[in-house]
Design a protein around this ligand. Structure first.
Ligand code: ADP
Ligand code: MG
Length: 441
């Protein structure tokens, strides 16, 4: 109804005017009735009334539409501000010179600088000196290639002196002449990601150095082992000859010499294993069979120490990829350590099965003396041993072989309770067996 308010009012006013006019014209002044003029006059007045009323209604409508859209813009703007001030990323806008024209609240948390002291300053001012050059280079190249978007990682110093890393996504705006008109963009905090990457890099470097050291030490050791082995063999031979003619006292001494020579030979052979890559053939092996073999092999030895080796395999076949001889060496070393940890006897349990992550998991559990934290920390270090007759190379060899097999090894140990070593291998599909079954059917 309000839409036609103007028209109704003005037409009504026109009609009133006509009535008054007619009244004065005919009844007061007594003019004679002229149908044509009267009709023309009435139509004209009504038309003017309608026209003015319509204009009035239209302008009224425009005003109310304007105020409505103004309100809408205001609301949108408020929502935009709310979003801008509450997102964790920094949002910025710079002019063609790179001076900040807008920054949201996150800027203050991110840099420690207030908005007041940062606005209208050049953005480059906040980038670390040593990175400014590279930053500008990437930016200039993007501008010269008329790119619309570019992404740059950079570090900067916060107000309190701490360094942080940011990833800036910039949208480059150009004017009609193709000149840079300004930029808008976001900055996200990537400090944690960069730190993690740096840590990883550092760790890799240390590992590389360690393994280099180990391989140099290994090569040296292998060289020495070779050199020592030959004279040792002749010493051993000549001493055997001497033993035949020796008196009882000398024979007793010679026995000690022989047992020491045996020990030297043991250390030398382990050193050679560690340093020299033997012929290794990786193939699909049923680890259950290998474990069974090792258990049987060491059982006679274990019985001497009143130790029982028990095996529990969840499946008859568990396939992995590896070198059987090397893995046997790992298992023998672990079982030997377990035997040596149980001077008063007990039992060793060897388990094998698929774990929750679909990997092959093998464990060696003993009821031996267990290990202190200091021992656990040094486990696997070359020549680390707590035994008077130990070489301290057994676990070093194990770790090396397992690393080559991309297998994980974990240890759990409780002093006086026992120790469990578990090894985790990637499982290999049992396609071989399936094929055979298919052939049979
Ligand atoms: P070695 O057996 O010649 O001492 P290893 O590298 O095999 O060298 O073992 C290093 C050390 O780790 C051992 O001296 C021992 O202290 C500890 N250790 C290894 N396995 C066990 C185990 N099952 N129980 C207790 N201690 C162990
Ligand atoms: Mg050992």
């Amino acid at each position: 109804m309000t839409k036609y308010k103007g028209r109704i009012l003005f037409i009504a006013a026109g009609a009133l005017l006509i009535i008054i006019w007619d009244f004065i014209y005919y009844f007061v002044l007594h003019y004679s009735f002229n149908m044509q003029i009267d009709l023309l006059f009435t139509t004209l007045i009504l038309f003017i009334g309608y026209y003015t009323g319509k204009n009035y209604d239209d302008s009224n409508e425009t005003v109310s539409a304007l105020s409505k859209s103004e309100e809408k813009i205001k609301r949108l703007n408020e929502e935009l501000q709310l979003v801008l001030q509450n997102i964790s990323e920094v949002v910025f806008h710079t002019n063609s010179k790179g001076e900040f024209q807008f920054l949201n609240q996150s800027w203050e948390d991110f840099t420690g600088y207030s908005l007041k002291e940062s606005l209208h300053k050049n953005a480059m001012h906040f980038i670390s000196l040593n990175e400014r050059h590279e930053f500008l280079r990437v930016l200039r190249r993007s501008i010269s290639e008329k790119k619309e978007k570019t992404k740059i990682d950079f570090s900067f110093q916060m107000r309190d002196g701490r360094y942080r890393w940011g990833e800036v996504n910039i949208k480059l705006n150009y004017d009609d002449d193709g000149k840079l008109a300004g930029t808008v963009g976001t900055i996200s905090d990537i400090t944690e990601r960069v730190h993690n990457e740096e840590e990883l890099l550092e760790m890799n470097e240390t590992l590389a150095i360690e393994s280099q050291k180990l391989s140099v030490a290994g090569q040296l050791a292998a060289g020495i082992a070779h050199e020592v082995r030959n004279p040792l063999t002749s010493i051993n031979g000549f001493l055997q000859l001497l033993r035949d003619d020796a008196d009882i006292k000398t024979k007793e001494y010679l026995e000690i010499v022989f047992s020491e020579i045996k020990r030297i030979e043991l250390v030398l052979s382990e050193l050679l294993i560690l340093a020299k890559p033997q012929s290794v053939t990786y193939k699909r092996i049923n680890i259950v069979e290998t474990l069974d073999h090792v258990a049987k092999l060491l059982n006679t030895n274990a019985i001497l120490y009143n130790i029982e080796i028990q095996t529990a395999f969840k499946q008859e076949e568990l396939f992995i990829r590896g070198d059987e001889n090397q893995l046997k060496q790992v298992f023998i070393n672990l079982v030997k350590n377990a035997i040596e940890a149980m001077p008063h006897g007990g039992s060793i349990r060897i388990h094998a099965g698929m774990n929750d992550y679909n990997k092959v998991e093998i464990s060696f559990k003993d009821e031996g003396v267990g290990m202190k934290k200091q021992v656990l920390d040094k486990l696997g270090e070359p020549f680390f041993t707590t035994k008077t007759k130990g070489t301290g190379l057994g676990l070093t060899i194990c770790l090396r072989i397992l690393r080559d097999h991309s297998a994980d090894i974990n240890v759990q140990s409780e002093q006086g309770e026992g120790t469990t070593f578990s090894i985790i291998f990637e499982a290999v599909q049992q396609q071989g067996r399936k094929k055979r079954e298919q052939i049979h059917t």
